[in-house]
Design a protein around this ligand. Structure first.
Ligand SMILES: Cc1cc2nc3c(=O)[nH]c(=O)nc-3n(C[C@H](O)[C@H](O)[C@H](O)COP(=O)(O)OP(=O)(O)OC[C@H]3O[C@@H](n4cnc5c(N)ncnc54)[C@H](O)[C@@H]3O)c2cc1C
Ligand SMILES: *[C@@H]1O[C@H](CO)[C@@H](O)[C@H](O)[C@H]1NC(C)=O
Ligand SMILES: *[C@@H]1O[C@H](CO)[C@@H](O)[C@H](O)[C@H]1NC(C)=O
Ligand SMILES: *[C@@H]1O[C@H](CO)[C@@H](O)[C@H](O)[C@H]1NC(C)=O
Ligand SMILES: *[C@@H]1O[C@H](CO)[C@@H](O)[C@H](O)[C@H]1NC(C)=O
Ligand SMILES: *[C@@H]1O[C@H](CO)[C@@H](O)[C@H](O)[C@H]1NC(C)=O
Length: 588
C-alpha cells in the first residue's frame, strides 16, 4: 500500500529522474517508511541498495552526500579522468588530507575519496585486482566465518563481474584466463587498451628470458597460486572498463532499470550526520535512525529503518559518522564533549594504506606518438576506440620477498600467506615508477577534531612508521633493479637513478623514500571485522556492529588489514556477500 502511494506521488511530481531525489526537501518524508536505509551511495552502498531492492517486498532508501555521476562525460571516459569534461570536478571529491606524517618527514598525505553516486568507484583509476586467495582465507580466520574464504566467495566474485572484450575488438586470447571471470554480473571489466606498447613487448621478452624469476602468468586475478619457488608474477592489467567506458558502482548497480524500481528511493546531496538508537531502554542498543542534513545546509531530519540501517560511508565516512554519534572510545569522545552511547574503542583504529616509493630509471628517448586530442575524442565518440578507452598501465608486476630474506629474522612476515605478494609495481612508466608496499606493518587512526559533525576528522595514516616497511621497500628496490637488468631491456633502460640502497647510505636512502613517497589511495579499516564475542574489532562476520541491533557496515572500513589488491574489487565482493547475508536474515 505504501508502495502504491509512493509511486503515485512520483507520478504526480512527474520527475524525469524516476526515483532519484536531488534534494532532501523533495522527499515526501511523512508518507514513507523504509525497510532498509543505506547511508552512503558509494561502491559498497550501491551494491547493497541494488541487491536489496531486487526483492519487491522491501522498501529501500539510499542516501548519498554528493551528486549523481552517471551523466558526467569526464568520469565516463577512461583517458580523461577527473577534470576534463566534468562539471565542477571538486564536487565529486572529499578532499581530505592527513595530519603531518612522521614517517614522511612531516609531509601530509592527500586522501581523496569519491563523493557522489558510485563513490570512489566513479572517480578511481579503474584498476581491477581482487587480491590473493590468502587475503580472503585470512578474513575467514579473523571472523571465524568460512563464508569469507576465497573458495566460498567465488560465486560472489562472479556475480559482481561482467567480462567484456577490449576496445576495437582486439583478440586478447592468451592475455587472461576465461575460466576465472564472471560474464553475467554487473561491473564491466576488460583489458581495455587497443594494442601493445614497446614496454609491453619488452616485458614479454623479459618474461621468456627470466622465466624462472619473472614469469608472465595468464591471469593476475586467479587468486595468485604462486608456487613456493616462484616469488614474482607478471600479468596484464585488468580494468573496470567496458566498451571503452568506466563501469562504476553507479553505472553497474544503479542503472536506469534499477532507478525505475518502485521500491528504491535514491536521495542525493544529503549528508548523514549521526545515527541514533530507536529505543534506549532495552538490553541491547537498537540503532536504526539516521540524522541527515541537506549538503547545502538547512535543518536536520531523521529517518528510521523498519529492519536495518547499513552504513556504507567508506573508510573515512563510516568511522566519522559513528564517532559523531557517540560510538567509539568513551574517554576520547567525552573529552570532546560528545555524549557516549556505546564504548567501542576500536572505531577509527587500525587504518592501513598502501605506501609507494618513487623509482626512476633512465630510458632512451621513447617512440611516443603525440596524441591528437580532437581525433582521440572523435574515435571514442564514434565507436569507442583509440587512446581514450584506457588508462595508463598495461601490466602489473607483483613480488614476494623471499622467505630466506634476513628481514624475516627480525619481523614476522606480515603477509596473509604465500599467495600474497609483498610488493607491486605497475609497469610501463619506468621513467617515473611507483613501487607499492602491499603488506605494511604501519597502522593509522581516525579521530574527531571536534563535536561538530560537519568538520573533517583528524586522519593519521601512520605511513612508514614501522621499520619493517622501510626495510621491505629496500628489498623491493633490489628486486625491481633485477627485473630491469635483463637483456630484454638493452636499448631501452640506460640506467637507474634510484634511490638505490646499494649506492646511497641508509640515511640518504630513507630520506629520499620519505620525501617522495605517495599512497595508492587504498586506505581501509577503522571498523574492522573480528569474531563474534571478541572484544576487539567493530563488526562481526555478518558485518553487524558489536553490541548493537539493527546496524551493519558494508564498505572498506571493515577490512581488518589492507589486501594485496587495489581495493575496489574487494569492496564489490564483500558487498555482494553482505547483501546475501542481509536478505537471508529477513527472507528466512
Ligand atoms: C582517486 C582514487 C583512485 C583509486 N584508484 C583505484 C583503482 O584504480 N583501483 C581500485 O581497485 N581502487 C582504487 N581506489 C580505491 C577504491 O576505489 C576504494 O577503496 C573503494 O571504491 C571504496 O569503496 P567504499 O564503498 O568503501 O567507499 P566509497 O566508494 O568511497 O563510498 C563511500 C560513499 O559514502 C558517501 N558518504 C561518505 N560520508 C557520507 C555521509 N556522512 N553522508 C552521506 N554519504 C556519505 C561518499 O560520498 C561516497 O559516495 C581509488 C580511490 C580513489 C579515491
Ligand atoms: C572506428 O572508427 C574509425 C574511424 O571511423 C575507423 O577507422 C575504425 O576502423 C573503426 N573501428 C572499429 C573497430 O569499428
Ligand atoms: C585469437 O587468437 C587465438 C590465439 O592467438 C586464436 O587461437 C584464435 O583463433 C583467435 N580468435 C579470433 C577470433 O581470431
Ligand atoms: C581510550 O582512549 C584513551 C585515551 O586516548 C586510552 O588511554 C585508552 O587506552 C583507550 N581505550 C581503549 C580500550 O583502547
Ligand atoms: C623505436 O623504434 C625504432 C624503429 O622501429 C626501434 O628500432 C627502436 O628500438 C624503438 N625504440 C625503443 C626505445 O624501443
Ligand atoms: C559501444 O558504444 C558504442 C557507442 O555508444 C555503441 O555504438 C556500441 O554499440 C557499443 N558496443 C557495445 C558492445 O556495447
Amino acid at each position: 500500500m505504501i508502495l502504491g502511494l509512493f509511486t503515485t506521488i512520483i507520478a504526480i511530481a512527474g520527475s524525469t529522474h524516476g526515483k532519484v531525489f536531488q534534494h532532501l526537501s523533495e522527499l515526501p518524508v511523512d508518507l514513507m517508511t523504509f525497510d532498509f536505509i543505506v547511508s552512503g551511495g558509494g561502491t559498497g552502498g550501491s551494491v547493497i541498495a541494488s541487491r536489496l531492492s531486487e526483492n519487491k517486498a522491501f522498501n529501500v532508501l539510499l542516501i548519498e552526500a554528493g551528486p549523481d555521476t552517471a551523466d558526467q562525460l569526464g568520469l565516463s571516459i577512461p583517458g580523461w579522468g577527473l577534470g576534463k569534461g566534468t562539471e565542477n570536478p571538486s564536487q565529486f571529491i572529499w578532499n581530505y588530507e592527513s595530519v603531518p606524517q612522521e614517517g614522511w618527514n612531516g609531509r601530509k598525505a592527500g586522501i581523496p575519496r569519491g563523493r557522489g553516486l558510485g563513490g570512489s568507484s566513479a572517480v578511481n583509476g579503474m584498476v581491477y585486482t581482487r587480491g590473493s586467495k590468502d587475503d580472503y582465507d585470512n578474513w575467514a580466520r579473523v571472523t571465524g566465518d568460512p563464508g569469507w574464504s576465497w573458495n566460498a566467495l567465488r560465486p560472489y566474485i562472479r556475480r559482481s563481474e561482467r567480462w567484456t572484450p577490449p576496445a576495437g575488438g582486439r583478440n586478447a586470447t592468451g592475455e587472461y584466463d576465461p575460466a576465472v571471470h564472471g560474464y553475467m554480473g554487473r561491473v564491466e571489466t576488460s583489458l581495455p587498451w587497443d594494442g601493445h606498447l614497446e614496454h609491453d613487448i619488452r616485458t614479454i621478452r623479459n618474461a621468456e628470458i627470466q622465466k624462472a624469476e619473472f614469469p608472465l602468468v595468464l591471469d593476475g586475478n586467479a587468486g595468485r597460486s604462486i608456487g613456493v619457488k616462484c616469488w614474482y608474477q607478471l600479468a596484464w592489467m585488468q580494468s573496470t572498463i567496458g566498451n571503452g567506458t568506466r563501469s562504476s558502482a553507479a553505472t553497474a548497480y544503479l542503472g536506469d532499470p534499477v532507478r525505475k524500481r518502485g521500491n528504491l528511493a535514491i536521495l542525493l546531496n544529503t549528508q548523514v550526520l549521526r545515527v541514533h538508537p530507536v529505543v534506549s531502554s532495552v538490553r541491547r542498543l537498537d540503532i536504526r535512525t539516521v540524522e541527515v542534513i541537506s549538503s547545502d545546509g538547512g535543518t536536520a531530519v531523521k529517518f528510521t529503518a523498519k529492519k536495518e540501517l547499513v552504513l556504507s560511508g567508506g573508510v573515512i565516512g563510516t568511522p566519522h559518522i559513528l564517532l559523531n554519534s557517540g560510538i567509539g572510545n568513551r574517554t576520547e569522545l567525552e573529552s570532546l564533549g560528545v555524549a557516549s552511547i556505546l564504548d567501542l574503542p576500536d572505531i577509527g583504529k587500525g587504518i592501513t594504506e598502501h605506501v609507494a616509493a618513487n623509482l626512476v630509471w633512465d630510458t632512451v628517448p621513447l617512440n611516443t606518438t603525440t596524441i591528437d586530442q580532437d581525433l582521440a575524442y572523435a574515435m571514442w565518440q564514434q565507436n569507442r576506440t583509440g587512446p581514450l578507452t584506457a588508462t595508463f598501465t598495461h601490466q602489473i608486476l607483483w613480488s614476494r620477498i623471499p622467505s630466506s630474506s634476513t628481514l624475516f629474522k627480525e619481523w614476522k612476515d606480515p603477509s596473509t600467506g604465500t599467495t600474497s605478494p609483498h610488493l607491486e609495481l605497475p609497469l610501463d612508466a619506468a621513467q617515473n615508477a611507483y613501487l607499492a608496499l602491499l603488506t605494511p606493518y604501519s597502522r593509522g587512526s581516525l579521530r574527531l577534531a571536534s563535536s561538530n559533525p560537519l568538520l573533517p576528522p583528524l586522519i593519521d595514516l601512520g605511513l612508514l612508521t614501522h621499520p619493517f616497511d622501510m626495510a621491505a621497500i629496500k628489498e623491493g628496490v633490489r628486486i625491481m633493479k633485477r627485473f630491469y637488468s635483463g637483456p630484454a631491456w638493452e636499448g631501452y633502460i640506460t640506467g637507474f637513478r634510484g634511490p638505490d640502497p646499494d649506492v646511497l647510505s641508509n640515511e640518504e636512502f630513507e630520506k629520499r623514500i620519505r620525501d617522495n613517497a605517495i599512497t595508492f589511495y587504498h586506505p581501509v579499516g577503522g571498523s574492522a571485522m573480528s569474531k563474534r564475542g571478541e572484544k576487539r574489532g567493530v563488526v562481526d562476520g555478518e558485518l553487524k556492529v558489536k553490541g548493537v541491533r539493527g546496524l551493519r557496515i558494508v564498505d572498506a572500513s571493515v577490512f581488518p588489514y589492507v589486501l594485496t589488491a587495489h581495493t575496489q574489487a574487494p569492496v564489490y565482493i564483500l558487498a555482494e556477500r553482505a547483501a546475501d547475508l542481509i536478505l537471508t536474515s529477513w527472507v528466512g
